[in-house]
Design a protein around this ligand. Structure first.
Ligand code: PEP
Ligand code: MG
Length: 596
C-alpha cells in the first residue's frame, strides 16, 4: 500500500478516535444503486447464505402467490407467477449473483443489483419481441429478491469486525442509513465540519474526518488498517504498533474524560460569577427527543425537520406530521421545543421534493424562500400540523434562511390565514404561536433590529452565517481553512444581533456548530447570548467550559476579539482564557489543536 505509515492532516468533523480496518465504498451504477462497499473475504460465506436464504424466501412467496391466485382468480392469471418462479430457479441467474459476491467481494445487494442490470440489458436488446418483454419480468423478480434481501438480518458483526468506512463522499441520507453497530467511523474526501453529513455523524456519535486526499481514498482496500482522529483531524494509514497503541490509549483517555464530564449533567450551566446560559440540544429525528432527559438539556434548541424525512425523501401529509410533532411535544413535557420549518436546498435532501438543478443551491431557493415562492403547499401543510400540535406542549416555530423583514411579514400573514381556516374547521390550534427566525445571513444579522420588532426570538445559525459572510461553501473542504467563526466579522454580526435582541427584550440562542466548540464558547458567552444549542454529545464539555469561566472575563475577551485584526488573534484571546480556566482541555488535547 503506497501510503503505509503516512500521517495526513485532514479535517476533524466528528469527535472521537477510531482504529480499524477499512470498508471502502465505491460509487458505481446509476443513481439509486445500492452503495458498493467491499466485504472482507471472511464475510463471503455469510453473504452467500444471506442471498440463498433470500432466494428460498422468494420461492416460498411466489408459490403462495400462485396458489392464492389459482384459488381466487383464474388459472391463467397465476401463470405470471409461475414464470417468475422459473426465473428464481434459474441457476444461471443465481450463480451470477453468487459469483459476484465471491469473486468481486461485493455485498449481496450490490451483486444482485449488478446482475439485474446485466440481464435487463441483455434482454432489452433482443430482437424477438416476446423475449424482449421478459426484461420486465426479470426486473419484477429482482425487485422482489431485493425486497427480501433487505429484510434479512445481517450476521451480527463481532466487535472486532467493525470497520471504518472510506468514501469520496457520503450524502446526508446515506449517513443516516449507516448502521452504528457495524462501523467505527468514516473518512471522506468531500465535506467539512458544518456540512450536514458531519452534523449527522455527530448526532450518531461516530468519529469522522473529511478532506482525505482522493489518491489515499482510492488506494485503500479492505486489508488496510487506518486510524482516524476526529478531535485533531488526522488520518494514519497502516500505523506501526507504537502509533496504534498510543492512539488506543488516547481514545481510552478521551472516553474516560467524557464519562467524567457526563456526571456533571445535573449541574447548572452557569458562569463562575453566576450568569446562567441555557444549554439546549439539536435533534434531527423523532427519537432524538429521548436525548432531552439523558443530556440534562433545558430544551430542544433546534429540530431540523427536513432531517425527519431524509430516509423517505418525501414530506408526509398533515396528519402524519401532526402525530410526530404532538408525540415529541408531549414527551418534552413543558420544555421548550424549537421546531424549524423545513430547510430544503443547499446540501440537504437530494430532491424529488423540489425541482432543483440550480448551479449554486446554497444561494438558491433554499429554506423559507422555497416555502414562500415555490412549495407553499408543503409549507402550509407543515404549519397546519405545527399549529395543531402546538397545543400539546411548549412549541416555538422557527424559520430558516430569512434575509428580509418582508419574508417574516408574509409568514405571519400565512399563519393568520391558516388559523382562520382551522377555526372554521373547528380544529384545536395554537392561537398565539411563539415565532422566531434564524439569523444566518449577514442581511438578517444587520437587520436584526427590524426583525426583532416582528418575532419572539432569534437563533443564530453560525454554520450558514460564516458561509455567507466569508463567501465559502460550507461543505467544500478546499476552502475549509477559511471557515473561521472567530473571525471578527462574524463576532461583530453576532454582537449586532444580541444588541437588537436586548433592545426588543427577546431571547437569543446560537444553534450552529460554533456553540459546541469549546474554544469559541468564551466568545459567545462574552457576546451575551442566552442559549447555546448543539448535538447532545457536546453538552458535557460545553457545560464544563461555561462553569469554568466568568462572564466578566468572557465579555472582555469578546470585546478585544471583535477589535482584533483576524480570526487567529481573536481565537488566541479565547484560548488564553481557557488555558487559565479550563487547563484540562489542553491536557486532554481537546483544545489548542492545529487550526491552520
Ligand atoms: C446553521 O446554519 O448554523 C444551522 C444551525 O442550520 P443548518 O446547519 O441546518 O443549516
Ligand atoms: Mg443554516
Amino acid at each position: 500500500m503506497p501510503f503505509s505509515g503516512q500521517n495526513f492532516k485532514v479535517i476533524a468533523i466528528s469527535p472521537g478516535i477510531a482504529v480499524g480496518r477499512v470498508q471502502p465504498i465505491r460509487r458505481k451504477g446509476a443513481p439509486g444503486a445500492p452503495v458498493l462497499h467491499e466485504i472482507s473475504p471472511e464475510m463471503v460465506p455469510a453473504e452467500l447464505e444471506r442471498f440463498r436464504q433470500c432466494v428460498r424466501d422468494t420461492r416460498e412467496q411466489l408459490i403462495a402467490l400462485t396458489q392464492a391466485v389459482r384459488t381466487k382468480l383464474h388459472t391463467e392469471d397465476a401463470g405470471i407467477f409461475d414464470a417468475h418462479l422459473m426465473l428464481v430457479d434459474d441457476l444461471s441467474l443465481t450463480s451470477e449473483v453468487e459469483k459476484r459476491i465471491s469473486d468481486n467481494l461485493w455485498p449481496a445487494e450490490y451483486a444482485l443489483y449488478d446482475t439485474a442490470e446485466y440481464f435487463v440489458r441483455v434482454f432489452s436488446n433482443i430482437q424477438d419481441e416476446f423475449l424482449r418483454e421478459r426484461a420486465a419480468d426479470i426486473r419484477d423478480v429482482f425487485d422482489r429478491l431485493m425486497g427480501n434481501l433487505s429484510k434479512q438480518e445481517r450476521r451480527k458483526t463481532d466487535r472486532d469486525d467493525r470497520r471504518i468506512i472510506v468514501a469520496n463522499s457520503l450524502s446526508p441520507s446515506e449517513t443516516v442509513s449507516l448502521d452504528n453497530s457495524r462501523i467505527l467511523g468514516f473518512a471522506i474526501e468531500t465535506g467539512s465540519a458544518t456540512c450536514h453529513t458531519a452534523i449527522l455523524a455527530r448526532s450518531m456519535r461516530l468519529p469522522a474526518v473529511a478532506g482525505v486526499p482522493a489518491e489515499v481514498i482510492n488506494s485503500l482496500s479492505a486489508d488496510d488498517k487506518i486510524i482516524i482522529d476526529g478531535f485533531s483531524g488526522r488520518l494514519i494509514v497502516n500505523p506501526d504498533d507504537r502509533t496504534e497503541e498510543s492512539y488506543r490509549l488516547r481514545a481510552k483517555s478521551a472516553v474516560e474524560f467524557y464519562h467524567k464530564l457526563e456526571r456533571d449533567k445535573r449541574l447548572r450551566p452557569e458562569t463562575t460569577d453566576g450568569f446562567e446560559i441555557d444549554l439546549a440540544i439539536n435533534i434531527g429525528s423523532a427519537d432524538g427527543i429521548a436525548e432531552l432527559k439523558r443530556s440534562g438539556a433545558s430544551g430542544i434548541g433546534l429540530l431540523r425537520t427536513e432531517f425527519l424525512f431524509l430516509e423517505t425523501r418525501t414530506l408526509p401529509d398533515e396528519e402524519t406530521q401532526f402525530e410526530i410533532y404532538k408525540k415529541m411535544l408531549i414527551a418534552a413535557e413543558d420544555a421548550p421545543v424549537i421546531v424549524r420549518t423545513m430547510d430544503i436546498g443547499g446540501d440537504k435532501l437530494d430532491n424529488n421534493i423540489f425541482r432543483s438543478s440550480e448551479s449554486n443551491p446554497f444561494l438558491g431557493l433554499r429554506g423559507i424562500r422555497l416555502c414562500l415562492y415555490e412549495r407553499r403547499d408543503l409549507f402550509e401543510t407543515q404549519l397546519r400540523a405545527l399549529l395543531r400540535a402546538g397545543v400539546y406542549g411548549n412549541l416555538r416555530i422557527m424559520f430558516p434562511m430569512v434575509s428580509s423583514v418582508l419574508e417574516v411579514l408574509e409568514v405571519r400573514r400565512i399563519i393568520s390565514e391558516l388559523q382562520a381556516r382551522l377555526a372554521e374547521e373547528k380544529k384545536e390550534f395554537l392561537r398565539k404561536p411563539v415565532l422566531g427566525v434564524m439569523i444566518e445571513t449577514p442581511a438578517a444579522a444587520l437587520m436584526a433590529d427590524e426583525l426583532g420588532k416582528h418575532v419572539d426570538f432569534f437563533s443564530i445559525g453560525t454554520n450558514d452565517l460564516v458561509q455567507y459572510t466569508m463567501a465559502i461553501d460550507r461543505g467544500n473542504e478546499r476552502v475549509a481553512y477559511l471557515y473561521k467563526p472567530a473571525h471578527p466579522a462574524i463576532l461583530k454580526l453576532i454582537h449586532t444581533t444580541v444588541a437588537a435582541a436586548r433592545k426588543h427584550n427577546i431571547y437569543v440562542s446560537v444553534c450552529g456548530q460554533m456553540a459546541a466548540d469549546p474554544e469559541l464558547i468564551p466568545l459567545l458567552v462574552g457576546l451575551g447570548v442566552n442559549e447555546l444549542s448543539a448535538e447532545s454529545g457536546s453538552l458535557p464539555l460545553m457545560r464544563r467550559v461555561i462553569r469554568s469561566i466568568s462572564l466578566y472575563d468572557a465579555a472582555r475577551v469578546a470585546e478585544a476579539a471583535m477589535a482584533s485584526p483576524d480570526a487567529y488573534t481573536s481565537l488566541e484571546l479565547s484560548l488564553d482564557l481557557l488555558k487559565r480556566c479550563v487547563p484540562e482541555l489542553f491536557t486532554e488535547n481537546i483544545a489548542g489543536k492545529e487550526r491552520k
